[in-house]
Design a binder for this molecule. Structure first.
Ligand code: SF4
Length: 436
């Protein structure tokens, strides 16, 4: 809630649960927030409060035994009609595969475990171009072959290039036909997105199933790929992709990008691995970048470099950033708005300046009192008690066992989220007057 101008992402009443032997873990409980185009929003809270599970739900990568129990995750991608949201929880897995790493990307916490140890950096970054920008890569390869054919004087070499160009042109035609079919399905789904009648629901189900079953097939290309002698023609495409990877690494300030593209993850430092993970996430210029504590395992100087990089890239490459962190200092430095999470709930959302100047929720106040500052000379304050067990979370307001301002109503009933002042939302019974 509370995105400044327009909306790119709208999460409403999202609940995520995990089944365990002891019972169901209610990890995320009716969480709501918005991200506007071009905005950098922080999702803040201590470890185990549900931040990572919330953002993994947006990519639909919550691992079993976790499941999204309820809610809506709307994204507003459509250039023609920005008011029309796509509910990611209602779309097919094939649709999600097509937007992951393209329109929505994620930087994971541990760079070393995010990278594949048996693939070179060039191959791993290049996968994004191959899967999401294939038409562009094929087009560039065809153009380059055309230029080489025009300047070639050696007949066998020119013939081989003509043959390669013909194969790539066929692949491009079949890829475009596949893309057109996908686009037709997605457009029809978007047209009936808001309809709730049974006919529309049935049609949505059919279209989602069709999208899942649709695969790109080109018999001749498949056959040629399997023939050892002829399959080498695809190296031309790899060369185009490699050039794009090197260009991207250079843009991200990676020194000696040609060499780095040929390296394997174990040959790189932690900071460089994190830059590569960022490069993979940014390869297709996502509309929304989710950064899940991207600097938590790095030393402070590398942390500062990575944060500076994300800030610098925002205006050039990324539209919006959802930055997950437990570090309030970082939030103050880079975010415009922030949502504070406690035990699976969003308890306060406001502009960062407002949160630091006038925190409303007792948990936010506690967090701010525990941050060391140059002026604060006395002992840092702590929030009494511990984070609750989410198998049996406290009733009503989940913060009530630790809250110094708890009232009689707090354990009985969950407080609604209200807009206390323009753009400043809080869920606490201390502020009962204005309903959302
Ligand atoms: Fe404290 Fe009650 Fe507000 Fe929860 S609702 S934060 S227990 S005052």
């Amino acid at each position: 809630m509370g995105a400044a101008e327009g909306t790119l992402l709208r999460v409403r009443d999202l609940s995520v649960e995990f089944d365990s032997q002891e019972g169901t873990v209610h990890a995320v409980d009716r969480v709501s927030f918005d991200v506007a185009p071009g905005e950098l929003v922080g999702l803040v809270g201590e470890s185990g409060c549900g931040k990572s599970v919330t953002v993994r739900s947006m990519m639909r990568i919550v691992q079993s035994p976790g499941r999204i129990a309820d809610g809506r995750i709307l994204v507003f991608f459509d250039e023609g009609d920005k008011s029309k949201g796509i509910d990611l929880l209602e779309r097919s897995e094939a649709f999600m595969t097509s937007i992951r790493g393209d329109r929505i990307s994620m930087i994971f916490q541990e760079a070393s475990t995010s990278l594949n140890p048996v693939l070179s950096i060039g191959e791993q970054v290049g996968e994004s171009f191959y899967f999401h920008r294939r038409a562009e890569m094929l087009g560039e390869t065809i153009e380059e072959l055309g230029r080489e054919i025009a300047s070639s004087r050696f007949f066998p070499a020119a013939s081989w290039k003509r043959f390669q160009r013909a194969l790539f042109s066929m692949e491009l035609a079949s890829h475009r036909a596949y893309d057109a079919e996908i686009l037709a399905i997605d457009n029809e789904l978007l047209r009936i997105e808001d309809r709730e009648d049974p006919e529309a629901a049935h049609r949505r189900e059919l279209l989602n199933r069709r999208r899942d079953r649709l695969h790109e097939r080109n018999g001749l290309v498949e056959l040629l790929r399997r023939l050892p002698f002829l399959s080498c023609y695809r190296r031309r495409l790899q060369r185009t992709i490699r050039a794009r990877v090197v260009e991207l690494l250079r843009e991200l300030g990676v020194p000696n990008p040609e060499h780095i593209a040929a390296c394997y993850p174990h040959e790189l430092s932690g900071g460089m691995q994190q830059r590569i993970v960022i490069a993979i996430a940014l390869a297709c210029h996502p509309l929304l970048l989710i950064a899940d504590e991207p600097t938590s395992n790095l030393d402070v100087t590398i942390q500062a470099q990575i944060v500076e990089l994300i800030k610098a890239l925002r205006s050039k490459i990324i539209s919006s950033v959802l930055y997950i962190t437990h570090d309030l200092g970082l939030v103050a430095e880079i975010c415009e708005r922030a949502s504070i999470m406690y035990a699976g709930d969003v308890v306060e959302t406001a502009k960062v300046r407002e949160i630091f100047r006038d925190p409303l929720h007792p948990y936010t106040r506690g967090l701010l009192r525990s941050v060391p500052t140059a002026e604060r000379v006395q002992e840092l304050a702590t929030i009494p008690g511990t984070v609750p067990n989410l198998i049996k979370p406290p009733t009503g307001c989940r913060f009530h066992p630790r809250c110094p301002s708890a009232m009689e109503i707090c354990p009985r009933s969950k407080p609604p989220t209200i807009e206390r002042s323009p753009g400043h939302y809080v869920a606490c019974w201390l502020y009962p007057e204005t309903k959302r």
